[in-house]
Design a protein around this ligand. Structure first.
Ligand SMILES: [Zn+2]
Ligand SMILES: [Zn+2]
Ligand SMILES: [Zn+2]
Ligand SMILES: [Zn+2]
Length: 410
């Protein structure tokens, strides 16, 4: 895990009846926080949505190789694989192409083989040669058939075995059944060997067979609260555009935490020592906003670390309407700019950056860096600092929780 980092909390695992505290109870659950890039924002509910509180709908199934779109019925019938000549190499998974083989005699019917575009594995080397008819997919399916039958046999055998053993012993409680099930799965290798040994004559199962390319899907995502569309890609497989894309990173101010010290980042944060971090908050919307940061008071159970945010309230200017090289440079703190170019020189000469005023470490047009002091306590293994970010503009007032994960204690 990389330290330090900021994750954003989604409240969807909270018990809605629990209103006893302003602090969400599930914020300490690691599964409730993720990077901002994984989250969506529903502007109707004015709330964050994470992969757990959205609903997905498949809007298109297609082959990622030939970009051919298939219906759900065809996908089902073809076992979610491309029905055209799209195959992956059984050795390296790269795509394969069909080549025609040299004819011995002029009158011979033309034959073909599949060759890997990357490692050059050839199906012909295993005597896997194809003819013009029937289709290549049908011919490969015939080669796959013994393996599939074998798999089904094994599945059936395993299932029967488990059922027999379960009925033999009179297991009364659910836990016993689960235990037994686990144990019956154990001798899988032995069972495979048993099945293998009486079918040794079948060569096809030992052959490497080109793998039919698996289909991909494009999915729309809806808000679970109000069913509003949060993400809708263009339905054509060839298009990479989106009709709707409500990403949290396009709505919420972003937070980044870096070390204030020039020394390398400590692998362990020492109990009782004072550490200073830089916290940079950037505005991504084209309206000026006012931001307030808050954290939890000391509490011995979950939050025993002492936290001081110097200058927790500040204004942020609007994000640029157009993103060019200069506005990208304008959007990051000086300490994050490691290489000097003509653009960085130009931006520094503009004099938009101020430092050291009113407790603020540095500020640009749409971002501010403030300092955060932490005295970690070793009574918990992680230094995780919950930060509540509230921001407001003319007709906007939104608050969300984030978690600054700073490292481990000794
Ligand atoms: Zn959620
Ligand atoms: Zn295909
Ligand atoms: Zn290959
Ligand atoms: Zn919603």
């Amino acid at each position: 895990m990389k330290y330090p980092r900021i994750e954003v909390f989604c409240p969807c695992m909270e018990d809605p009846d629990n209103t006893s505290s302003n602090v969400p109870a599930t914020i300490w659950d690691r599964n409730s926080c993720r990077g901002l890039e994984w989250l969506y924002f529903c502007d109707y509910c004015q709330s964050l949505r994470c992969p757990r509180c959205i609903q997905e709908e498949i809007i298109c199934r297609y082959c990622p190789n030939c970009l051919f779109e298939v219906t759900s019925q065809t996908a089902k019938a073809e076992e979610n694989a491309c029905s055209r000549n799209c195959f992956d190499c059984p050795l390296c998974k790269a795509s394969m192409r069909v080549i025609s083989r040299e004819r011995q005699n002029e009158d011979d019917a033309p034959t073909y083989e599949l060759i890997c575009n990357h490692c050059e594995w050839k199906s012909g080397d295993q005597n896997m040669v194809f003819t013009r008819h029937p289709s290549l997919v049908t011919q490969v399916a015939e080669l796959e058939a013994p393996t599939k039958t074998r798999f089904k046999e094994l599945q059936k055998y395993n299932h029967q075995n488990a059922v027999e053993q379960l009925t033999k012993e009179n297991t009364s409680t659910f836990t016993k059944i689960i235990d037994k099930k686990k144990r019956t799965k154990m001798p899988l290798e032995i069972q495979t060997q048993e099945l293998d040994s009486d079918n040794d004559e079948d060569d096809n199962t030992k052959k490497l067979i080109p793998v039919r390319r698996r289909l991909r899907t494009k999915r729309a995502k809806r808000c679970m609260g109000c069913r509003q569309m949060l993400v809708r890609p263009e339905s054509k497989p060839t298009s990479i555009g989106f009709k709707v894309r409500q990403l949290a990173m396009n709505h919420l101010p972003s937070l980044a935490v870096t070390s204030h010290s020039t020394e390398s980042y400590p692998s362990i944060l020492t109990n009782g020592a004072l550490y200073t971090f830089r916290l940079t908050v950037s505005n991504i919307i084209t309206t000026p906003i006012k931001v307030t940061l808050a954290t939890l008071p000391l509490d011995s159970e979950n939050h025993p670390h002492k936290v001081t945010i110097i200058s927790p309230t500040f204004d942020l200017g609007p994000a640029p309407e157009l993103w060019d090289e200069a506005s990208l440079v304008r959007g990051v703190p000086s300490s994050s700019i490691v290489r000097e170019t003509n653009t960085t020189k130009k931006v520094f000469m503009e004099g938009d950056r101020e430092s050291g005023t009113g407790g603020i470490y540095e500020r640009g047009k749409n971002w501010v860096t403030v300092l955060m002091e932490i005295v970690p306590s070793a009574s918990v293994p992680e230094v995780d600092i919950p930060l509540f970010v509230s921001y407001s503009a003319e007709d906007l007032n939104i608050g969300f929780w984030t978690m600054a994960r700073l490292g481990q204690t000794n």
